[in-house]
Design a protein around this ligand. Structure first.
Ligand code: PYR
Length: 375
């Protein structure tokens, strides 16, 4: 059934392209045509983020173009998770007249340099996985549909306190990345507000392979919980080494940990990781089930939350383009700002007055090698 459906969508999408034959932005039979630039972490140690994101975008593109109201061409650039490469990609996209808006970049660290440029140039930009504090506040053209750490981490910590009666925590974070630093600030603030005793604060850097010093100290202090702000590579290695040293307490992580790569890398050592996300693939919801089925059929694996957030992001862009009625950067910005009560696979979504997210997180825990709802 899915095969028949997606063939039909591909056919009608192709038909639309052929029939169009006009300039970008002009309507063909009522469809608003636009190039949407994408800056994604496609190569390097965090490439699983970019793979999921571009997969989600392509699936949404196929469906959106098949409906005939909006015709989106994705122009995808690799940032390799690096600020300079993300900026070069953004400049290339912004210099293309046909690019009406940009999705990405993947990391808050990248958005921190790309966002101000996009804002200055009047190009609407939407992060789908940028969760650090202050991203939409960069400017009027900067949006995100990713759940900020400020909403996710307190929800995870609350559940962990409730479940494990946690009182003492150790914090471990990467001090060379905007997202991991911001996640740390949020963790520290939340721990203090909830009356947790912070036994120690340890740091690490990107690409670090040995966490023995930090973990030995943490083990000696006997925390009830470890709060870790890390991207998936470092995060998975930290959990693996912690379990090997006999540290068996739960971890609370931020969005960087929200990838099945943590389980692929750390195996059983990932059990006991608590994260909050707006995405839960096992949800009893028709839209979610349809998306999961199509994604699995197309890519041979289950979608993660990076794929899901990207999928909804392109639908939000499409909705804004349709409401704008033309492929114009200012009109798209204004239409994005007006998005309220959008119903996607992540549930109901609205931007607040700063272009930030209004959304409810679900808290998950890795158990038996899989993300499960943490009740
Ligand atoms: C960030 O860089 O914001 C992530 O959540 C990965």
């Amino acid at each position: 059934q899915f095969t028949a459906l997606s063939s039909l969508l591909v056919l009608s999408a192709c038909g639309g392209n052929q029939a169009a034959g006009d300039e970008d932005g002009e309507s063909s039979g009522g469809a608003v045509k636009a190039d949407i630039g994408v800056i994604s972490y496609i190569s390097g140690p965090g490439a699983a983020y970019g793979e999921a994101i571009t997969n989600g975008l392509k699936l949404a593109q196929e469906e959106i173009n098949g409906k005939g109201e909006v015709e989106i061409n994705l122009v995808i650039e690799d940032s390799a998770g690096k600020q300079d490469q993300a900026l070069t990609a953004a400049q290339k996209l912004m210099n293309s007249e046909n690019v009406t808006g940009i999705i990405g970049p993947t990391l808050s660290t990248e958005m921190n340099v790309v966002g101000p440029e996009a804002d200055l140039n009047g190009v609407p930009i939407m992060g789908t996985s940028t969760t650090a504090e202050g991203i939409p506040q960069i400017g009027d053209y900067v949006f995100r549909n990713s759940l900020p750490e400020a909403l996710a981490i307190p929800a995870s910590i609350d559940k962990a306190i409730e479940k494990y009666d946690a009182k003492k925590v150790a914090i471990l974070y990467g001090n060379d990345d905007v997202f991991t630093k911001s996640g740390f600030d949020t963790m520290k603030k939340a721990a203090e507000e909830k009356g947790l005793e912070i036994l120690t604060i340890e740091t690490f850097q990107k690409g670090q392979s040995d966490y023995n010093a930090q973990l030995t100290k943490i083990k000696g202090l006997k925390p009830d919980l470890i709060l870790a702000s890390a991207l998936y590579n470092e995060g998975a290695v930290i959990m693996d080494q912690a379990r090997k040293m006999g540290i068996d307490v739960p971890f609370v992580g931020g969005n960087g940990f929200n990838s099945p790569e943590v389980i692929n890398i750390a195996g059983d050592a990932a059990n006991g990781l608590i994260v909050a996300t707006p995405w839960y693939g096992e949800k009893e919801d028709d839209k979610v089930k349809e998306f999961v089925g199509k994604y699995e059929e197309e890519y041979g694996k289950k979608p993660d939350q990076f794929a899901a957030q990207a999928y909804d992001a392109l639908y939000i862009m499409a909705e804004a383009l349709k409401n704008a009625g033309e492929a114009d950067r200012d009109a798209l910005r204004d239409a994005l700002a007006e998005i309220k009560g959008f119903n996607g696979i992540l549930g109901e979504f609205s931007f607040d007055e700063e272009g930030d997210v209004v959304m409810e997180p679900t808290v998950l825990v890795i158990e038996g090698g899989a993300f499960k709802e943490f009740n």
